[in-house]
Design a binder for this molecule. Structure first.
Ligand code: PMP
Length: 338
């Protein structure tokens, strides 16, 4: 019989899918590493399980223990799956900016979720960082994961995502494009690929309202770059320890509108039902495309699934209220012209 011993064994080995329409003007092929094929529907399953396994090995997580994390949802889903299979409890803190779907999904897999305000400083006792840190000291037999500074995050991508892309492209990849948040995906994957071929270029996609790009350029955490934004999963208001900026060759920032509009285009034009940050990644690639040549082979990470954004990016009303969708398009839909 051919079977997996648990759902955790289905993590990884996601497909690489060629894009045809959204990257049409580019001189070279572009492939998407479609990470919603993971059981928790995002790339974060990889690092979540790795962080749990390392914590077990280090004796930080003991049988019957409680996993605590501040998570926007995708990491929480991966941690919750690991917890179900391995017999742990989960408490997550998240912000009121995140999709309601994400919170409900976490609850569905047995996690307790505490929603905290977005627009407060990280040091504020109400922030989701502060609340999760406090819980970790109060809840007995608990382990605070801290995906930002826990280096098992980037190690998962060095061990899995990087080798998979190298093999799937027969070592022909020339550019890796990653929308970046904690830095785990870009640092781990980029480091592995550059060790295989130092000529590979690694392009980071940031969001307006985040300080990551400016930090890459100046080495300073410039808080004047930081303001509230809508894009989910990418950008930060500090620089997590998972970053090794030396693996990154270029950084660009994408607007909330461009990311959302492109996510919808990827779904409509490629048939790949992607999350918000996949839209940002392709929009960012198009901003950086000038240096691409016909011999190049580009791989873009698609981090998660559109199913978590049905009430947002995939809702016309939500898009219109933010000025992301012009009224004419919706009228055309209503009148059956599109
Ligand atoms: N996109 C989405 C949807 C995510 O959830 C995340 C994780 N925060 C990222 C991109 C960025 O990945 P990383 O944290 O590894 O930089």
């Amino acid at each position: 019989m051919k079977f997996c011993n648990s759902i955790l064994e289905t993590i990884g080995n996601t497909p690489l899918v060629k894009l045809h329409r959204v990257t049409a003007g580019l001189p070279c092929p572009v492939f998407a590493k479609v990470e919603f094929f993971n059981p928790g529907n995002s790339i974060k399953d990889r690092m979540a399980v790795k962080m749990v396994e390392v914590a077990e090995q280090q004796g930080l997580l003991k049988p019957g223990g409680t996993i605590i994390e501040g998570t926007s949802g995708n990491t929480g889903m991966g941690l919750a799956l690991a917890a179900v299979i391995k017999g742990y409890k989960c408490i997550f803190t998240t912000t009121d900016k995140q999709s309601k779907e994400k919170v409900d999904i976490l609850k569905a897999v047995g996690a307790e979720v505490i929603v905290c305000p977005t627009n407060v400083e990280p040091e504020d006792p109400r922030s989701y960082y502060s609340v999760s840190k406090r819980l970790a000291t109060e809840v007995p037999n608990s382990f605070y994961v801290n995906q930002y500074d826990n280096l098992a995050n980037r190690d998962a991508h060095y061990e899995q995502t990087g080798p998979e892309i190298w093999e799937q492209t027969d070592g022909k990849i020339t550019h890796l494009v990653v929308a970046t948040g904690t830095g785990g995906t870009i640092t781990g994957t980029g480091k592995f690929l550059k060790e295989k071929n130092p000529d590979i270029k690694v392009w980071a996609i940031d969001s307006y309202g985040s300080l990551l790009k400016k930090y890459f350029e100046t080495g300073e955490q410039d808080m004047s770059e930081v303001y509230p934004y809508i894009t989910e999963g990418i950008g930060e208001d500090f620089v997590p320890q998972n970053y090794d900026m030396s693996v990154i060759d270029a950084f660009t920032k994408v607007t909330d509108k461009d990311g959302a509009v492109m996510a919808r285009r990827i779904t409509k034009e490629e048939g790949i039902f992607v999350g918000y940050s996949a839209g940002s990644a392709i929009a960012g690639l198009l901003q950086l495309k000038a240096s691409l040549k016909p011999t190049d082979v580009v791989v873009v990470i698609f981090h998660d699934s559109g199913s978590r954004y049905v009430g947002k990016v995939y809702n016309d009303q939500w898009m219109m209220e933010r000025g992301f969708l012009d009224v004419k398009t919706v009228k055309d839909v209503v009148n059956g012209r599109r």
